[in-house]
Ligand binder design. Structure first.
Ligand code: ATP
Length: 236
């Protein structure tokens, strides 16, 4: 579904990605692991059009998307939940969800149906539909960020560290929901600091170190390579 060839990215003149090759097959969960600053978020930002790569190809469903605007990439079916769950704090839960469909221009009925689906997946949000997002807990805001992303019915959902700063019980819930979204037919690309969690829910994994891929394969195989994981993820 998503294929990346020889992706090279720099911030001004500082290179941060050096010829990355990565593939996300349809209906799978792919985990992207690596220490802080390895370049994981930069890969997601390149896919969603927020950063222009120096070179390389990014293909989504057979179409080259490098160089397209972020809104055009969303319309093709790619949704990105950035690190730090950037919900609109001064808007209600319901209005945050509506904004998720902004570039899709859905009919009222379609909008309503998608909101109901989001509330079904996250009943906690349904209870709080009129609450201002900024007054919710970190876990609830993460649920909202994910729910908002699926409002646009993405084929590929990219999540940047959804468990960051959350209590273990909420992390488990978020991981279950990611699995559920995948089982309903959405392909997932997941950045996750917690390698054990990420390897447990994903089909394939890539491990990065300072701008390069150092290990990849089926997650259950990657999980066995403890010495590599320790070396590149600092013993996680
Ligand atoms: P983290 O988990 O800490 O976000 P990451 O693996 O996602 O790490 P990136 O955020 O992709 O890493 O950052 C890769 C490198 O690019 C880092 O060295 C970072 O300092 C640098 N970098 C990121 N954003 C910018 C920017 N806007 N300008 C300059 N350098 C940047």
């Amino acid at each position: 579904m998503l294929k990346i060839y020889e992706l090279t990215v720099a911030y001004s003149t500082v290179p941060v990605l050096h010829g990355i090759d990565l593939e996300v097959p349809q209906n799978k969960i792919v985990a992207l692991l690596g220490a802080n600053g390895a370049g994981k978020s930069t890969i997601l930002k390149s896919i969603s059009g927020l950063i222009k790569p120096i070179s390389g190809r990014i293909e989504f469903c057979g179409q080259s998307i490098a160089g397209l605007r972020p809104d055009e990439i969303v319309k093709l079916g790619v949704a990105h939940v950035p690190e730090g769950r950037l919900v609109f704090p001064g808007l209600t839960v319901a209005d945050n969800l509506k904004i998720g469909t902004y570039s899709r221009k859905y009919s009222k009925n379609k909008l309503k149906a998608n909101m109901e689906k989001a509330y079904e997946l996250f009943p906690r949000l349904a209870e709080r539909r009129n609450q201002l997002a900024g007054t919710m807990s970190g876990g609830e805001q993460q649920m909202l960020a994910i729910a908002r992303a699926i409002m646009s019915e993405p084929r590929l959902l990219m999540l940047d560290e959804p468990s960051l700063g959350l209590a273990p019980v909420i992390v488990d819930l978020i991981m279950d929901k990611i699995k559920e979204i995948n089982e309903q037919g959405t392909t997932i690309l997941l950045i996750e600091q917690n390698a054990e969690l990420a390897l447990a829910i994903s089909d394939y994994a890539y491990v990065m170190s300072v701008g390069e891929l150092v290990l990849s394969g089926e997650s259950r195989e990657v999980a066995k390579d403890k010495s590599m994981l320790d070396a590149y993820l600092g013993g996680e």
